[in-house]
Each structure stands twice: as C-alpha cells, then as structure tokens.
Design a protein around this ligand. Structure first.
Ligand code: SF4
Length: 469
C-alpha cells in the first residue's frame, strides 16, 4: 500500500522517500516550482510589491539580484541541460530582446525604491547577441533599475562568441565577473560535444578579458564527458590554472533526461562513471592547492571571485527578480516562481505569452525550510539563522535536527550546526525530514501513479549516483 503523505507522513517508509529523492534530484530544487500553481502577472506584481516593502522595512534580506536569461546558442552541446536553443534566424533574438525590454518596463516602477546588489546575464549564451543589441540591453537595464555601484555584474559567454569587441563592451558596462563556459579543450571531446571552439580561441579570449581589466574570470569545466580521458581533463585544468583563472567550476557530467546525449539514447558506461569520479577527486585535490575554499563547490582565489548572486540566494534566502524564459525568481516571503521554459514556447515570443508563471507560495516556514536545504550540507550558524528568521532553528526543527544528531549526520556545537551529510544519496534526508506537508502533497499529486512500493528505490539510487559521491 502506498504511504499516505498527506494526513500521516510515514517516516519509516524509506522506500517512499528514496522514490522522492530520485524524482526530485533530476528536477528543480526545493521548493520545486514545477509542482506548484500558476500565477498571473498581477499576482506576481503584488508579490513583489510586498517583498520590496519588506526589504525596505528590514523584514526581508537586503540583498536583491536581477537575472536576465538569453536562451540562444549557435549550437546545442551534447551534454547541455540548460534551457537553450538555436534560433532559426537572428530576428528571433531581436524579437526576444523586445520581450525582455517590455518585461523590464512592467517591473521597473515596483523596484524604484530599492537597489539591486547583483546582475547576472545567463543562458544559453548571452555572448550570442550582436554588439548593438547587447549594448541596448545594458542601457535598458541601467536606465530602468537602480544598480548599486558595488554590485557584482556577471556575464556568461563561450570561447566561440567572445571577442575583443564584445568583451570591451561588457567591460565598459561594468561587468566585473566573466564566466567562460569552456567545458573541455580536448579537440576530440569538443568534436563529440558538437561545440565549435579551440584551445587557441579560449586562451585568446581569456587574455583579452584580462587586458580589458575584467577583475574576475571564472572558468567552467565538465568532468566525465564522452571521449574524455582523465589525462585530457587534467591537462585542461592545468591550462586554466596556468592562465590564472580566479575561479574554476568543475561539474561532473550528469546525463539528465533532457540532454541531447540522453535523447540520443546514450548512457555513460561504468568505466566513464569511474573516470568521472577520478577527475572530480583529482580536481578537488589540485584546486585546493591553488585556491582558498570560498565555498565547497567553487574554490576561488579571493571572495570577490565567487558568484555573489548564487551565494546570496543560498546563504541568505535573498530575493531574485528573473527576466526572460525559464528565469527563476524569489520574492522573499511571497513566492518562488519560474517563467515558462523556452522549449515549451512554440511560436514567436510575445510578452502576453509569458504568464502564467509556475510557482510556489512562500511563507516564513517555507523560507526556513529552503534555508536548510541550501545550507545543511555545509553546516551553518544558529545565530545567522536567528538573524534571518528571528527564531532558533533548534526550536523550530527540534525533532528533525536531534534525530539527525542521533544518526551521526549532524553535530551541534554551541552556535554551529556541523554537518556530516556528504553523499548525494543523503539527499534522502531532505525529503524525509524537511519537505513541508504542502510540498509533499503537490509533488505526490504528480507522481502518485509512478510510485510502486515493490520497487527497491535504493537500488535505483545506487545506479543513479554511482561515481558521483
Ligand atoms: S552548454 Fe552552453 S553553449 Fe552549449 S548549448 Fe548549453 S548553453 Fe549553449
């Protein structure tokens, strides 16, 4: 019989929580926007008016991010899980930019009394845009919103698209953290990935960005790609370190269902998974020699090198206004929501097509749960939690936290909650202890028919996470 997650959560039925873990780690993170409700544009505007008031009244974190999504790329890389596509012609991009500008106009008045502390141009590849259009987008943002003079402005680009012209432009517009999506420099791997770039192009782009004075350059690398050997991965890492990247973000290739790799029916072999594990381990060892541990995932040279928007969201539940397809937003205390995914849009983009947004209503309880999801694995300060939520975490989640202490997964030392949750399989802890009843209810509505108590979901977890811990 299926456990009843709504009236009486059965914490002994681990198999059920393993099922949830499998379902949800290949999905958006808690509170799982896609299992929520639809919001109209008017509702979204009301959420933001409330959050802005809370920020001004110091009842919400003061950090506020702006995220702009540019979904276009010149190619679709085989490993890519981003919401990106190749437009049929450049006019699709200019139409989309008009949509972004309309959307900025819809929100600008709501935000006129508060300042953004970070701006992130992500994608896709924002570097896909032509100079004139990129320039127009920056000008529109700067003339519509108040951006703090010390804000971090992040821009993502690929070695194929970046050049002295667009790098000069973004440097002039104050970009102070450039992320170059390199992924691999091995010609054999690059060909299999369907990603036109060369090591020479990349080195040129890196040196140009440095010459133009962009203070922080982050490099993204992927471990475990098709055709990639441990030797070629380590050689890429060496190149990036010798150039003096301020931060290196290494991600293990996880073949999610919507990657072209999986859609082509491919699977990683055990040997590839083993190699991926070795690459990640070696990269951690090597990076820890060069970089201080800014955060467990992204070691970098100095604190300025980290992705401030991501850190603010994770560590402080900051608010984030997302603009454009698939952009995610968080209006503190009100809602988490997401624009429709680009892959769902079949016709010419028009702003009226964007709503309704899919999302989840916020509350203080959900904000506290979200904080635990984001911080439990690394540990956190009780005082900091109290500063954010005006409550002691040990009172709010007493039963759950003490059970984890008893299991040896946590230790409480005065102000510090020290975590021993390390393995990805431990994600189970989150679904078992910290999902709110409302979240479980809405997720279960979607997946109820798929749950089969006779299936051993532990075995599935072992396969899913082989080589990733
Ligand atoms: S990996 Fe980057 S460049 Fe490649 S398709 Fe995805 S978003 Fe575009």
């Amino acid at each position: 019989m299926m456990p009843d997650p709504i009236r009486k959560p059965d914490f002994k039925r681990l198999n059920f929580y393993r099922f949830l873990t499998i379902k949800l780690t290949d999905d958006d993170l808690y509170p799982h926007y896609s299992y929520g409700e639809k919001f109209s544009l008017d509702q979204i505007k009301t959420f933001w008016r409330n959050t802005v008031k809370m920020i001004k009244d110091k009842k919400a974190p003061g950090k506020l991010g702006l995220y702009i999504h540019i979904p276009f790329c010149h190619q679709k890389c085989q490993f890519c899980f981003c919401d990106s596509y190749i437009p049929s012609c450049y006019k699709v991009a200019t139409d989309y930019l008009s949509l972004l500008k309309n959307e900025i106009d819809v929100f600008k008045n709501i935000f006129k009394t508060v300042s953004f502390t970070s701006v992130y141009f992500g994608g896709g590849s924002p570097s896909f845009l032509k100079i004139k259009d990129l320039d127009g987008l920056f000008k529109k943002i700067y003339s519509s919103f108040r951006i703090r003079s010390d804000a971090q402005i992040i821009f993502e680009g690929t070695p194929r698209d970046l050049n002295s012209e667009n790098l000069s432009l973004i440097a002039r517009h104050g970009v102070n953290r450039l992320t170059i999506g390199v992924q691999s420099l091995d010609p054999k791997v690059i060909t299999r990935m369907k990603r036109p770039q060369t090591k020479r192009d990349f080195i040129q782009v890196f040196k140009t960005a440095r010459r133009l004075g962009i203070p922080y350059i982050n490099i993204d690398l992927i471990a475990g790609l098709e055709g990639q050997s441990v030797k070629s991965f380590l050689s890429d890492l060496k190149t990036v370190l010798e150039l003096g990247a301020d931060m290196v973000h290494v991600t293990g290739f996880t073949p999610l269902d919507h990657t072209p790799f999986c859609r082509a029916g491919k699977k990683l072999s055990l040997k590839q998974k083993k190699n991926r594990e070795i690459m990640i381990q070696r990269s951690h060892e090597i990076l820890s020699r060069f970089y201080r541990d800014i955060s467990a995932e992204n070691p970098g040279r100095t604190p300025g090198a980290e992705n401030v928007q991501e850190t603010d969201l994770r560590k402080e539940n900051s608010s984030l206004l997302g603009i454009g397809y698939s952009a995610q937003s968080h209006a503190f205390g009100q809602a988490w929501y997401q624009h429709p995914h680009v892959i769902m849009m079949k016709k010419k983009p028009l702003y009226k097509d964007l709503p309704p947004f899919a999302g989840v209503r916020g509350s203080l309880d959900e904000e506290m749960r979200k904080f635990l999801f984001s911080n439990l694995q690394r540990g956190f300060s009780r005082r900091f939690f109290c500063r954010l939520f005006k409550k002691d975490v040990l009172n709010v989640f007493k039963r759950e936290l003490f059970e984890l202490v008893r299991m040896g997964k946590l230790r409480i030392e005065g102000d510090r909650i020290i975590s021993f949750i390390r393995r990805r399989q431990d994600f189970l802890i989150y679904s078992k202890y910290f999902y709110s009843p409302n979240r479980i209810r809405s997720i279960f509505k979607v997946h109820e028919k798929e749950y089969d108590e006779n299936v051993d979901y532990q075995k599935k977890l072992d396969i899913l996470y082989a080589g990733t811990d």
